[in-house]
Design a protein around this ligand. Structure first.
Ligand code: NAP
Length: 287
């Protein structure tokens, strides 16, 4: 029996238990998986609890991805590159930190037949997830990464990191309807890393005419998975563009974490299909 958990604050709406339960059922590993609300500053008491309970591993979400770093005995290359951890394996007294977010996102794109090499990627937002995914795109061979963000300074910082660490051209600008239109012409992948269009958020893109500027071969990827099709994705689909929601990333980063916890390398595509199907059947509005 493997004992797992996800920690964060807020945590109530996390789909992690459903993703991991479906995956571990599919690969036939007995498990427990609990959701634990851990507020900022309370990591240390959670770690005591994890030790007492014999927890074998845990996923981390806001606000712990960076705060966990000082507690780790080992940090893998991906987590070190992004300075953030979303998966911890407990081995004896030691904590091993990993980051499966970026590889999970890339795996979800590969499953749709999309590869980053020599592509122009436009990313909206400059928060925690974008910092990781923008670096990953550049690392994996994208030709140019363009960051558009409401607070332009944050986009500039990420661009500077890319310029120093990776071998890709990077540019940034403020996010407005005008800049969106301006950067769409040579865009191969548009990724929305803002909460615009998310369930429970009042704001959305003021208009979607920028999609008319895109090449028909381009893909639109929204990191949001609730609703399953944001207005951005609905409108992109109507324009004949290939679309993807955030469910792919959510499942794939979870499957990579399960490979770490169990030490098993299973067929990602096969388990992905089972997990996706199970989430849809369980009434999660994700597809
Ligand atoms: P974050 O650190 O809070 O960053 C949010 C970004 O969105 C910031 O750049 C912010 O701009 C921008 N933003 C927020 N409200 C905006 C508005 N009204 N208009 C324009 N820009 C706005 O969040 P995060 O953790 O990076 O997450 C970003 C998105 O990814 C969220 O939608 C989240 O649900 C999704 N996500 C998906 C997965 C998955 O597995 N599918 C995993 C993690 C996150 P400022 O810099 O100007 O504040």
């Amino acid at each position: 029996m493997i004992k797992l958990a996800v920690i964060g604050d807020p945590i109530a709406h996390s789909l992690s238990p459903q993703v991991h339960s479906a995956a571990l059922d599919a690969i036939g590993i007995p498990y427990t998986y609990e959701k634990v609300q851990v507020k900022k500053g309370e990591l240390s008491s959670f770690l005591d609890y994890a030790r007492e309970q014999g927890i074998d591993g845990f996923n981390l979400t806001m606000p712990h991805k960076v705060d966990i770093l000082p507690y780790l005995s080992f940090i893998d290359k991906e987590a070190e590159r992004y300075g953030a951890v979303n998966t911890v394996a407990v081995r004896g007294e030691k904590l091993y930190g990993y980051n499966t977010d970026a590889d999970g996102y890339m795996a979800s794109l590969y499953m749709q037949g999309w590869r980053p090499e020599d592509k122009n990627v436009v990313i909206l937002g400059a928060g925690g997830v974008v910092r990781t995914l923008a670096r990953k795109m550049a690392y994996e061979g994208a030709k140019k990464v363009t960051l558009l963000n409401r607070t332009v300074e944050k986009a500039r910082e990420i661009c500077q990191e890319i310029a120093m660490q990776e071998n890709a051209e990077c540019q940034y600008d403020v996010l407005t309807p005008e800049t969106l239109r301006r950067y769409m012409g040579d865009c191969d992948l548009l990724m929305n890393g803002t909460p615009l269009g998310m369930e429970g958020i009042a704001q959305d893109f003021p208009d979607f005419s920028f999609l008319d500027e895109m090449k028909t071969s381009a893909m639109v990827s929204d990191l949001i998975y609730r609703p399953a099709k944001t207005n951005l994705l609905q409108r992109a689909e109507k324009s004949g563009l290939c679309i993807q929601n955030g469910l792919g990333m959510l499942i794939c980063q979870g499957l990579l974490a399960d490979q770490i916890y169990t030490g098993m390398s299973f067929d990602m595509q096969k388990v992905f299909t089972i997990v996706e199907e199970k989430l849809c059947l369980s009434g999660e509005n994700v597809r």
